[in-house]
Design a protein around this ligand. Structure first.
Ligand code: NAP
Length: 278
């Protein structure tokens, strides 16, 4: 196997139960990956942003997150690991529209560790196929996208009653659909539906800044894994880009604050881990 990137752990204050990892992956990650145990599903989000907080240039041809990370190996191996340990990966229709080829499987983002990710899933008793839930209020999703057709994915859609009607009219084939709410699912309703469907304990959100903002607003997110890529994108009225939480704004007094519980380094990238469980 090609040598894996190695992260330097600057500090780690996470507590709970370590996920059993193969030696090579544990060494690459710079130690244990620990998640708290709890009654309800644990929701952790993952993003890569520029130093000035952009997660997407937001323009056709440059909308994908890979233009933020430039495909950095240290970021990708962690993305793959976070996907591999998840019972379910959740994303949103906005991200699907911007990144049509993405399947949200660990092996797609970092193929060199595909076997190791498979071992992680087996040790956790997870199915080989990645369970992916796509959130859409309108039901306007392209059912021919890779996430719905890949043999590596068990996809389902969480939407509103109106969205479910629209999807049914288009014919969803084998893709399961769950309706939550009349016009738009609440984030708590969506996570509860996902947990009921799959028995999920660890839920990774790779949705975009729109749904992430709504999840924060509803206090549904427990943790954020945030990779800071060492570049600055800037903003202008002509090219505003998309920020980490966008287009959601919090009242100053209600703005979510987090505890920094981990920091790792991979070359000039910082991989930060924040907890919202205050
Ligand atoms: N840098 C990174 O790490 C990273 C990570 C993820 C995404 N991104 C980038 O973020 C961009 C996409 O951002 P986004 O915010 O549009 O994506 P998103 O959060 O994935 O999806 C937003 C969409 O979710 C749907 N939705 C589902 N439930 C909803 C509800 N209750 N209320 C409102 N809308 C609901 C809406 O579309 P419909 O109802 O019409 O379907 C909405 O447009 C892309 O450029 C992507 O590359 C970057």
């Amino acid at each position: 196997m090609a040598s894996l990137p190695r992260l330097e752990t600057l500090f780690d204050r996470s507590s709970g139960t370590p996920i059993p990892l193969p030696r090579e992956l544990r060494e690459a990650y710079g130690g244990d990956l620990i998640f708290p145990a709890g009654e309800r599903p644990h929701v952790y989000a993952n993003f890569v942003s520029t130093l000035d907080g952009l997660v997407s240039y937001g323009i056709p041809g440059l909308a994908s997150a890979r233009f933020i990370s430039r495909g950095h190996g240290g970021d990708r191996i962690v993305m793959g690991l976070l996907r591999a340990v998840a019972d379910v990966v959740v994303s949103g229709s906005g991200t699907l529209r911007a990144e049509g080829k993405v399947t949200w499987t660990p092996q797609q983002i970092f193929p060199a560790a595909a076997d190791l990710y498979r071992q992680v899933r087996r040790a956790r008793g997870l199915p080989e196929r990645t369970r992916v839930a796509i959130l859409t209020a309108s039901g306007d999703v392209d059912l021919s996208a890779a996430v719905f057709t890949s043999p590596d994915v068990e996809p389902f859609i969480v939407t509103s009653a109106a969205g479910a009607e629209r999807l049914a009219a288009n014919g969803t084939g084998t893709v399961r659909v769950r309706a939550v709410g009349d016009l738009a699912p609440t984030m708590r309703g969506a996570i509860d539906a996902i947990a009921a469907e799959t028995g999920a304990r660890l839920v990774l959100s790779e949705s975009g800044p729109g749904l992430f903002g709504r999840m924060l607003d509803e206090r549904v997110v427990d943790e954020l894994f945030l990779t800071l890529a060492p570049h600055l994108a800037g903003r202008s009225p002509a090219r505003p880009g998309i920020g980490l939480v966008d287009p959601v704004a919090f009242e100053h007094e209600r703005a979510p604050w987090a505890d920094l519980i981990g920091a790792k380094r991979s070359e000039d990238f910082l991989l930060l881990r924040y907890s919202f469980r205050r």
